[in-house]
Write a protein that binds this ligand. Structure first.
Ligand code: DAH
Length: 343
């Protein structure tokens, strides 16, 4: 009886030594067959009770060497295979063509915003950026829009659920308060950034969009300074030498105005874009209300200033003839890849 069991162990040992599994799958089959939990080596150990007592020690040594042989073989097979796979990764075809090389492009909103920033930088404005999650004070109260002020209804606000004193800024005017509370005049900044309003999303309006705010505070700043600054912008951005300022209302400026740029009425498109008037409404502006200066710790007897705020999406849509604002937020590559030529 014992001899038979010894023969079996020896033939398994022989089979282990001569086996030549190559692929990952064959190697796994090898492992299962010999050292798996239901494998042949386990079976050999189970035969111990059938071995004559005086040969038990010898049999133990034999089965152990079968086990070690299987384990060592499996380990070295695995190592070999991994080395081979590593080599495959190293085998890069250096003669392969690098084409097509897909380049990204700037988003039309970024292109438009950068153009606007660049125009104002030329006349000495510096960029000031600040947070999108703002407190009520900087967004409204400091900007002369205290609680209960009817103008709060002009902008439908997203408040944070876990802290209703915090909100998503409804305009970049909040950056005016941030800058003026941190620095005394002269101040000459533009503040580009994203703003949020609880609006129904449609082809013409979105719950998120971008603005560029401007702020100029110093001694003896006049309405004429504002007019000249904004005229310069209209000329550079639209090549237009005609602007008009219509009286308007904003809580943070007095007097307030809205600026239109003359776009022209040369073709049918122009009629549609300007609703038949030839004029485009571009921004809101005005002389900073003394209350705003005082709220931010600036002496309103010594200093005056002007400010403006303009939306970016509408200007980008005009420039690129985009007819639905939602395109600007959907990141559809088929849409975006059309702007590769823009800078
Ligand atoms: N914050 C205004 C808005 O979002 C725009 C605006 C108007 C900004 C007049 C100004 C300003 O700085 O002076 O509609």
């Amino acid at each position: 009886m014992s001899a038979e069991i010894f023969d079996k162990a020896n033939s398994i040992l022989e089979a282990i030594k001569t086996a030549q599994p190559k692929t990952a799958e064959e190697i796994e089959q090898f492992r299962i067959k010999y050292i798996g939990s239901k494998g042949l080596v386990k079976g050999l150990f189970g035969e111990m009770r059938n071995v004559d007592n005086e040969r038990k020690r010898e049999y133990g040594q034999l089965t152990n060497s079968v086990k070690v042989a299987a384990e060592e073989k499996f380990a070295s097979l695995k190592e070999e295979l991994e080395a081979k796979l590593d080599n495959v990764v190293e085998q890069i075809d250096t003669s392969a063509s690098g084409e097509p090389l897909t380049l990204g492009s700037r988003h039309p909103v970024s292109v438009t915003m950068n153009r606007i920033i660049e125009i104002f930088q030329r006349i000495g404005f510096v960029v000031a950026e600040d947070r999108e999650i703002e407190d009520d004070w900087h967004n409204f109260t400091a900007m002369n829009t205290p609680e209960d002020h009817p103008a709060r209804d002009m902008q439908d606000t997203y408040y944070l659920m876990n802290d209703p004193s915090m909100l998503l800024r409804t305009h970049t005017s909040s950056v005016q308060a941030r800058v003026m509370t941190g620095q005394q005049p002269p101040i000459r900044i533009i503040a580009p950034g994203r703003v949020y309003r609880n609006e129904t999303i449609s082809a013409r309006s979105h719950c998120q969009f971008h603005q560029v705010e401007g702020l100029y505070v110093d001694e003896n700043v006049s309405f004429a300074d504002m007019k000249q600054t904004l005229y310069y912008f209209a000329k550079e951005m639209y090549g237009s030498t005609k602007i008009r300022l219509r009286p308007s209302y904003f809580p943070f400026t007095e007097p307030s105005a809205e600026m239109d740029v003359y776009w022209g009425l040369k073709n049918e498109d122009d009629y549609r874009i300007t609703k038949g008037t030839g004029w485009l409404e571009i921004l809101g502006c005005g002389m900073i209300d003394p209350n705003v200066l005082e709220n931010c710790g600036i002496d309103s007897k010594k200093y005056t200033g002007f400010a403006w705020g303009m939306g970016i999406e509408r200007q980008a849509m005009l420039q690129y003839r985009i007819n639905d604002i939602r395109h600007l937020f959907e990141n559809d590559v088929r849409f975006l890849s059309q702007f590769k030529a823009a800078f």
